[in-house]
Design a protein around this ligand. Structure first.
Ligand code: NDP
Length: 301
């Protein structure tokens, strides 16, 4: 990655912001402990041996410990039945000590992700995937916001990026990133008030849309998809993509790439997130924030 950005381009440092948020949460946990109040407790369910899922869940649990939360990792073989998983979810819903929990996706094909997501108590839905939380998000009511979009909101807020009245193009309409992101950017809220265009694989003339965008949020899952000719001068570019590509530059033989062709796009931008180190670290920070809110019963009593 070219870190010699042109004068005027600001690199959004998600790693730094995530650490700041973690430090703030750690301070709050210390305070809770000092007052003899409940320590937030996040549980994570991991099914199977998918290496990426193991890494994600591992770092979520580690970060919980770092900020002083209690954490519980629940592992199942990939042969676990849907019923067994639903029983565990019921148990977590009824366990007063667990404030929030996540079920790491994807799940094996024989288990319905929708059924599992809907079985999670919305009050403990630290990932913000439950239809009740998504519905409340649409209505601009207090809710747990899906972790990645929530992380992006925090980046925009902490970098004081003006969003009101701007044209925002979100590329990708997944339930966990693109769709909630598009709704959040259009909400009547301090970060929001954009005119939003939600693009996807059937969008015609994508470039016409992106060239009109003051803010581009790319959540596609295709390395280097957004190129310089698609971006107008001074745009804010948020790259959600995490794509594993083979590389001769690293020992492991692969590296992570975003959905944006960083080297050529960055010089045109006012702000841009790198990959890695941009949106990625914020997802965990959001998960912690949601868990802290759950433990303090800030959203639901
Ligand atoms: P999905 O695969 O669920 O969705 C991808 C979206 O991109 C779909 O809506 C699809 O359109 C759209 N798309 C695909 N091809 C094109 C195209 N040629 N033109 C326009 N749109 C296109 O992905 P996710 O939202 O789950 O993830 C997106 C990326 O973000 C991935 O790289 C993922 O790894 C990463 N990610 C990163 C996170 C983080 O913490 N930083 C968290 C979650 C995801 P259609 O609906 O028509 O198929």
């Amino acid at each position: 990655m070219n870190t010699n950005l042109q004068m005027g381009t600001i690199l959004i440092d998600g790693k730094k912001v995530s650490e700041e948020i973690q430090n703030e949460i750690a301070e709050e946990v210390k305070q809770l402990k000092a007052e003899g109040r409940k320590i937030p407790h996040l549980a994570a369910i991991l099914v199977g041996e998918d290496p990426a899922s193991q890494t994600y869940v591992g770092s979520k649990v580690k970060t919980c410990e770092k900020v002083g939360f209690n954490s519980t990792l629940i592992k199942f073989d990939s042969t676990v039945t849907e019923k067994e998983l639903l029983n565990k979810i019921k148990e977590l819903n009824e366990d007063d000590d667990i404030d929030g929990y996540i079920v790491q996706l994807p799940l094996p094909k024989h288990i319905s992700e929708q059924k599992i997501t809907e079985a999670v108590d919305p009050k403990k839905d630290a990932d913000g995937f439950h239809p009740v939380n998504v519905g409340r998000l649409v209505l601009n009511l207090p809710c747990y916001i899906s972790a990645t979009p929530y992380g992006i909101l925090q980046l925009l807020e902490r970098y004081k990026i003006e969003t009101s009245g701007k044209n925002c193009v979100v590329i990708g309409r997944s339930n966990i990133v693109g769709t909630p992101m598009s709704i959040l950017m259009a909400r009547n809220s301090s970060i929001g008030n954009c005119t939003v265009t939600l693009c996807h694989s059937r969008t015609k003339n994508l470039k016409e849309h992106t060239l009109n965008a003051d803010i581009i949020i790319a959540a596609i899952g295709k390395p280097d998809f957004v190129t310089a000719d698609m971006v107008k001068e001074g745009a804010v570019v948020i790259d959600v993509g995490i794509n594993r590509v083979t590389s001769t530059e690293t020992k492991s033989g692969f590296k992570l790439k975003g959905d944006v062709k960083f080297d050529e796009v960055a010089p045109k931008c006012s702000f841009i997130t790198p990959v890695p180190g941009g949106v990625g670290p914020m997802t965990i920070a959001s998960l912690l924030k949601n868990t802290l809110m759950a433990s303090k019963k800030e959203i639901y009593s």
